[in-house]
Write a protein that binds this ligand. Structure first.
Ligand code: ATP
Ligand code: MG
Length: 333
């Protein structure tokens, strides 16, 4: 190799044989020339990714698909929900909810279970009116959802999402999201959510949360999102349990935080670990957008149908496998 190079570069130096020093310098300079070229190609692929992301952002900004709201306030009420014959499809796609009729009484804890893609998250999305265009009727405290004032609905329903969104800034800002909530109330909520020590580690309520919660573990971010909901007095809570696995200590904390929430509010919980919801007032099993079975845990087990099979499967394969979804499928849906 060195010999070849030696021959190759000799003519450039007036036909005289290159010295070892010259050869070394040449190899070094060639190396220096290619390093930036290689770096440049790396940067180009980053630029390409940025351009495609910018495209998507522009698409969203230009999208004028707004969900219409009404102007009716909600009555002073403890939080009650009714789905009456609701069917729904995303865009021109197939129906992902089919003829759902489901009433949730004030204070009741209703759990939605079913395999991945069965429509659990979609029910919550319709309830907070992220999407309109469903058939049938949805009522919150007796008022049809399409007539409800947007701000009133936001005050009535709090959501713990499957993927926790942390905006970054101070812990206080990320907990209140701009609402007027006292520090005392935040501390109380953090206690209930088992998240006080997480916040202490960040430096208290003035501590910093990195955008996207990157200085927190998945479990810690979940605990903060529980605190966020517990600090508000929305009587209705949608809890879409995260599918990401957390360590068993965090799991125990999340269970405790969930129990605190269940005790205080009307809750629609999307459960991935059936162990969370065995005490729910009612369990609703969805299958391809339809309600297949509903009842208490005991009643459904006694019935020996699809729920009993799901529960059985989860206990034989361990808690990580839920809803017929493999653990690796992670945050699908
Ligand atoms: P998981 O257990 O994985 O969270 P899920 O029961 O919550 O599942 P949904 O998220 O409600 O399922 O999805 C129901 C169906 O709707 C799925 O077939 C899914 O692919 C589809 N779907 C969900 N969100 C959208 C969307 N924004 N656009 C188009 N289709 C969607
Ligand atoms: Mg989901």
């Amino acid at each position: 190799m060195a010999l070849m190079l030696w021959y190759a570069i000799s003519p450039w130096f007036g036909g005289t044989a290159a010295t070892a020093g010259l050869l070394a310098a040449f190899v070094d300079y060639v190396g220096r020339l290619f390093t930036p070229v290689r770096e440049l190609s790396g940067k180009i692929s980053i630029l390409q990714r940025a351009a495609s992301a910018a495209d998507k952002i522009a698409g969203l900004l230009l999208c004028d698909e707004r969900v219409p709201f009404g102007d009716r306030p909600l009555p002073e009420a403890p939080g009650e929900v009714a789905f009456e014959g609701v069917s729904f499809a995303y865009g021109d796609g197939p129906d992902v909810l089919r003829d759902i009729t489901l009433a949730i009484r004030p204070g009741e804890v209703v759990a939605l279970v079913g395999r991945t893609g069965s429509g659990k998250t979609t029910i919550g999305k319709l309830l907070v009116r992220m999407y309109a265009g469903y058939r049938g009727t949805i009522r919150v405290d007796g008022v049809p959802l399409d007539e409800v004032d947007q701000a009133a609905l936001r005050r009535r329903i709090a959501v713990v999402q499957q993927d926790v969104v942390l905006f970054g800034g101070t812990v206080r800002g990320d907990l209140t999201l701009g609402a007027d909530i006292s520090d005392a109330r935040l501390r109380e909520a953090l206690d209930l959510a088992q998240a006080s020590d997480v916040v202490e580690r960040l430096g208290g309520l003035d501590g910093r949360v990195v955008q996207g919660g990157r200085n927190l573990s998945v479990g810690e971010a979940q605990l903060l999102s529980f605190a966020r909901v517990l600090a508000r007095d929305a009587p209705l809570v949608i809890l879409d349990e995260a599918t990401a696995s957390v360590d068993s200590l965090t799991e125990a904390r999340i269970q405790a935080a969930t129990a605190a929430l269940f005790a205080q509010r009307t809750v629609l919980v999307v459960a991935h670990r059936l162990s969370t919801i065995t005490h729910a007032d009612r369990i609703v099993l969805l299958d391809q957008g339809r309600i297949l079975e509903q009842g208490t845990h005991q009643a459904l087990l006694a019935r020996g149908g699809a729920y009993a099979a799901l529960f059985e499967a989860q206990f034989t394969h361990g808690d990580a496998v839920a809803n017929g979804a493999s653990a690796e499928s992670g945050r699908a849906g």
